[in-house]
Design a protein. Structure first.
Length: 367
């Protein structure tokens, strides 16, 4: 039922953007009616691809080539929305100009429309190119521990993130010979039964002291109890659900909390009291919390290092500004008021369109 409600909401949103673009932009372009009809046909096709993207996102019935095109249509829709906003600002400016004859007004209007079209094309092209790049290895010098950490986050297995992508990511992780590996949520983003081969590739991660993971908000969308059962039964990963483990060889506590989306779902709610209850207080603590916002729920607990993800580093500018309204940190290493550190991973995968602008997919190597 929740999926149907989401589908209806997205349908209304996408339809509104396309209709508004047709009414406010295409109808007012100073071009021939034939070209206007071509633009209209383009946005109709893009809207249909939006629908097919949502359908395939939760059915996984189409080949990746088509799914890529449908995914890109979501990026195009974002651009249409930005275009409308800028177009309306320019329209107000155009109307405010006084004492300019009709021919000059026409020239200003055509120049503005042409510039917006060029910028939109460049925006989509650069975003798609950046999104196609392999994740970078981000070396983070935290100066907290005497061992190496590899962190990945927001893999979003499903859709375009397939077995080959996971296999290549595992190979990169192993090349770093980490002492310990952390996966900070949003690992799974579709029905677990359809991606078992991809998930099982994670068993090939080589780490001296194990692989630990926590849930992100997206696991809650795809039967989290089923996901947990599969991962505990079929993989070597340790899933921390408001749990902790002390690694004596490294002299460190590892604490993992479930995601704050659990409050809304009424399931697997995060519990700091339970998570920190059994730590060895003579050792420093690393907390795995999917959303940076979890620092607001820490209470009196002050872990030396918090590892998070969720934000994708904003993924596509300027939508990073919207993420900043909800999350206290967007990406990178930060010092918390009490002196501890938080590192926010930009994500190894992506969500929605396979685009990035102003952010990079990454594998964090913390030394």
């Amino acid at each position: 039922m929740k999926i149907y409600i989401l589908f209806i909401i997205l349908l209304i949103l996408f339809a509104s953007i396309h209709l508004l673009y047709h009414r406010r932009v295409i109808k007012n372009l100073l071009i021939s009616e034939t070209v206007k009809r071509i633009f209209t046909a383009f946005i109709i096709i893009n809207f249909i691809c939006n629908i097919l993207y949502v359908v395939d996102r939760y059915s996984d019935i189409l080949p990746n080539g088509l799914y890529y095109l449908f995914s890109m249509s979501i990026g195009v829709t974002f651009v249409l929305l930005l275009y409308i906003i800028v177009h309306e600002i320019l329209h107000l400016f155009h109307r405010s100009i006084k004492g300019v004859d009709a021919s000059k007004r026409r020239f200003i209007k055509q120049s503005g429309d042409g510039a917006l079209m060029a910028l939109s094309t460049a925006y989509i092209s650069i975003g798609a190119y950046e999104g196609s790049k392999e994740p970078i290895i981000k070396v983070v010098k935290a100066k907290l521990f005497d061992f190496s950490i590899v962190q990945i986050s927001d893999l979003h297995i499903g859709g375009l993130i397939d077995r080959d992508f996971v296999k290549h990511s595992v190979s990169t992780i192993n090349s770093l010979t980490p002492d310990i590996v952390f996966i900070t949520g949003d690992l799974i983003d579709t029905d677990i039964d359809s991606i078992t081969d991809a998930v099982l590739e994670l068993n090939n991660i080589v780490s001296k002291h194990g692989v630990y993971m926590i849930l992100g908000n997206h696991e809650y969308f795809h039967n989290p109890m089923k996901i947990i059962d599969f991962l505990r039964r079929e993989t070597h990963m340790e899933i921390l659900l408001n749990d902790s483990i002390t690694i004596e060889e490294l002299k460190v506590n590892i604490v993992g909390v479930t995601d704050i989306f659990g409050y809304r779902a009424g399931l697997l709610q995060p519990d700091a009291l339970k998570a920190f209850r059994d730590i060895d207080r003579k050792y420093p603590t690393i907390l795995l919390a999917h959303q940076p916002k979890y620092i607001e729920y820490l209470g009196s607990f002050q872990p030396e290092l918090i590892l998070s993800g969720h934000t994708h580093g904003g993924q596509i500018w300027p939508f990073d500004h919207l993420v900043r309204l909800q999350q206290p940190y967007l990406k990178g290493l930060h010092t918390l008021p009490y002196g501890g550190k938080i590192y926010v991973n930009s994500g190894i995968g992506f969500w929605g369109p396979p685009m990035r602008l102003g952010s990079e997919a990454e594998i964090s190597y913390i030394v």
